[in-house]
Ligand binder design. Structure first.
Ligand code: UT7
Length: 332
């Protein structure tokens, strides 16, 4: 029997209209455009600031565009996997809200939480389901409303993050395209360095947790930075070596967008110029699960069938990894 590969056949995306730029941010905390651009590389980020709207709103917009662009009947979708760390609710899942609103009546839906590596992990999961032969159409979403967990009095974290969502359709092919290989890892030692301290079952909400601002993202930036550079670079090098990829045959690197200096280090390790690295951190900031699919969304027209892509990400946990995908269609 021919081997089934899982290939991306379309992309949809959505970012909120509101633009929070460095100038406005400098009026909220003691920071400035020069510091943020040189240390992180973010000029502006999008913020979902309408009351009552959560991550599922952006996810729904992205999936609706995906279904329209690919001419997909919502009822033909078999499964929806939503990668998010900022779900609308602890339960039910954000994915269940999306399928409910969009009439995806024949899909089972679930959220997958692997922080900023979530889209990579969700793609690997979806690919396994497609390769099993039991599923024909899976929607994989990366969506996060990071503004809901960002402390806008903390200058060390608030310049980094933004809101957004994007989704891809994953389908089977017997051609040599699609999700070819991955190297994904998790190490729980990262917990104290990057976490949301309260609101979960270990420390439920209380007056104490509210007073101590424990419902906002906590990050020890320097430690996370070191682990991110090392692990993303090593994972990319491993995936490249295992698949005979090098600077002459890699078309694009699709990295998580946490810090432009981390991205430059990854490109350097692969000996690739920044022109071959997808970037959206400058105008969207770190949208967590959404960084990778939003990059595909913006660069789609440049992609060609057969392009070799390396995806890489790093996030809380720690979680990290890299994957190799042979792109499956000419971008329009
Ligand atoms: O997406 C999940 C994974 N996350 C990551 O990969 C993030 C990894 N970490 C980073 O990207 C960086 O560590 C940060 C961008 C978070 C911070 O950059 P840094 O170069 O590590 O800065 P730092 O925290 O070491 O701070 C350097 C200085 C400090 O001042 P002193 O102690 O040297 O006087 C900070 O107080 O910069 C100061 N500082 C700021 N100054 C102006 C920190 N934040 C700001 C700010 N504006 N917003």
């Amino acid at each position: 029997m021919e081997k089934i590969h899982a290939v991306i056949t379309g992309i949809g995306g959505y970012v909120p209209d509101y633009v929070l730029n460095n100038e406005e941010l400098s009026r909220m905390v003691d920071t400035n455009d020069e510091w943020i651009m040189s240390r992180i590389g973010v000029k502006e980020r999008r913020i979902l600031n309408e009351e009552g709207l959560g991550t599922s709103y952006m996810a729904r917009k992205a999936v609706r565009q995906l279904l329209e662009r690919t001419g997909t009947d919502p009822q033909s979708v078999d499964a929806v996997i939503c990668s998010t760390s900022t779900p609308d609710y602890h339960f039910p899942s954000t994915a269940s809200i999306v399928v409910g609103k969009l009439g995806m009546k024949n899909a089972y839906a679930m959220d997958l939480q692997a922080a900023c590596s979530g889209f990579l992990f969700a793609m690997d999961t979806a690919s396994g389901l497609i390769e099993s032969g039991r599923y024909k159409k899976i929607v994989v979403i990366g969506a996060d409303k990071m503004s809901s967990v960002t402390d806008y009095t903390d200058r060390q974290t608030c310049p980094i993050f933004g809101d957004g969502a994007a989704a891809v359709l994953v389908e089977p092919t017997t051609e040599e395209y699609g999700w070819m290989d991955s190297h994904l890892r998790t190490d729980g030692l990262g917990l104290p360095f990057l976490c949301l301290k309260a609101g979960g079952s270990a420390t439920p909400p209380s007056y104490f947790t509210l007073t101590h601002r424990m419902h906002y993202l906590h990050q020890e930036g320097r430690t996370v930075y070191k682990f991110a550079v090392t692990n993303m670079s090593d994972a990319c090098a491993l995936i490249a070596e295992r698949n005979g990829l090098n600077k002459d045959n890699i078309a694009w690197v699709v990295p998580h967008q946490a810090n432009v200096r981390i991205i430059q280090a990854v490109a350097q390790r692969l000996e690739l110029p920044m022109e071959q690295v997808m970037l959206n951190i400058t105008h969207f900031g770190n949208t967590s699960s959404a960084t990778l699919p939003l990059a595909l969304w913006e660069y789609e027209s440049k992609l060609r069938k057969g392009d070799n892509l390396i995806f890489t990400a790093f996030g809380a946990g720690f979680t990290w990894g890299a994957a190799y995908m042979k792109w499956g269609y000419d971008g329009k």
